[in-house]
Ligand binder design. Sequence first.
Ligand SMILES: NC(=O)c1ccc[n+]([C@@H]2O[C@H](COP(=O)([O-])OP(=O)(O)OC[C@H]3O[C@@H](n4cnc5c(N)ncnc54)[C@H](O)[C@@H]3O)[C@@H](O)[C@H]2O)c1
Length: 340
Amino acid sequence: MKVRFAIIGCGRISENHLDGIKNAPHAELVAVCDVIEERARAAAEKYGLDRWYTDIKTMLECEKIDVCSICTPSGMHCECACTVADYGVNVLCEKPLEVTGEKMQKMIDCCKKNDVKLGAIFQRRTYDAAIKVKELIESGALGRVTLADASLKYYRDQEYYDSGEWRATWALDGGGALMNQGVHGIDMLSWIMGGIQSVYAKCDRLVWNIEVEDTAVVTVRFKNGALGVIQGTTTAYPGHDTIMSFYGSEGAISFGDDDIYTWALKNRDIEKPRVFGSMGGKNCQYSSTNYGHITQIEDMALSVLDDRDPMITGEDAKRSVDIILAIYESSKTGKEIVLG
Ligand SMILES: NC(=O)c1ccc[n+]([C@@H]2O[C@H](COP(=O)([O-])OP(=O)(O)OC[C@H]3O[C@@H](n4cnc5c(N)ncnc54)[C@H](O)[C@@H]3O)[C@@H](O)[C@H]2O)c1
């Protein structure tokens, strides 16, 4: 049996959902919607649909849909998700879940009220190296972990920022180098380490002509007591590997988009995960095979068929955005912010 998916927002990331739905064994595409008709039509034609929509409600009224993938600008996720949930349809939302705490909570509450599932995309959590490192840290293989860092040094040019009116605005992108690009690495750091307790940050706009930050440094206290640093930017030409590093009394691991840089464990029996691209950057084979989106779309389909939670729930995805909101607050106030 196949779960019927529709896509709302046929821009850049919709390609990953269209391809993911095509390749997930328990998913099928039944409808697409974009306020820009040519985009909706192009997506429909490419994937063999003979109709397309420019209005979400019309699509929900005309089609039988089990799950809508929300691929609209970040600050529109709440509105789209609540419309979908009010029609009794499950939601799979792109990262970040939304751009304010209130709107994230509204989405979660609205899906609960309508008894529909709310799944969230953080595709890098499906990758081998990330899963293995999380398991090793949880099992104590690194001993007492004392330091964990995320180096998120990307490059986006002014042309990228000018390519969509919503980009790099507080209202619709919710932030810059951290909320848009860095959110993957911040989610991963927190997920692997078992949560972030507090942050102390400095964010700045140093190069690009945008509203939001293009550079940030954060010192982190994890819930397990370890300390860490997050560095994020979109100004580092030509763009660098996303590197996550973990150091403990029994070993150290550092991995990036394409490689495992450090694998130094006292216990030499522990095997390295396969190197198939680790984190999903532009050179990573995981990205080019769309592995993460296929895996999460299949999981969402199975969560509907088996009536269970999706692998990443709305509550779970909200925690990572809450960290970024706390970072912004810290930078604004000059104070350490403790997360709830
Ligand atoms: N998981 C990832 O790695 C990843 C990568 C890129 C983008 N994203 C996320 O995906 C989302 C979209 O980003 P993008 O780069 O594809 O943006 P985009 O601007 O390329 O596409 C967004 C599309 O949504 C459409 N849209 C806007 N309002 C709509 C509405 N009410 N109904 C229907 N369509 C509507 C726009 O016309 C546009 O075509 C963002 O939240 C972004 O953070 C995730």
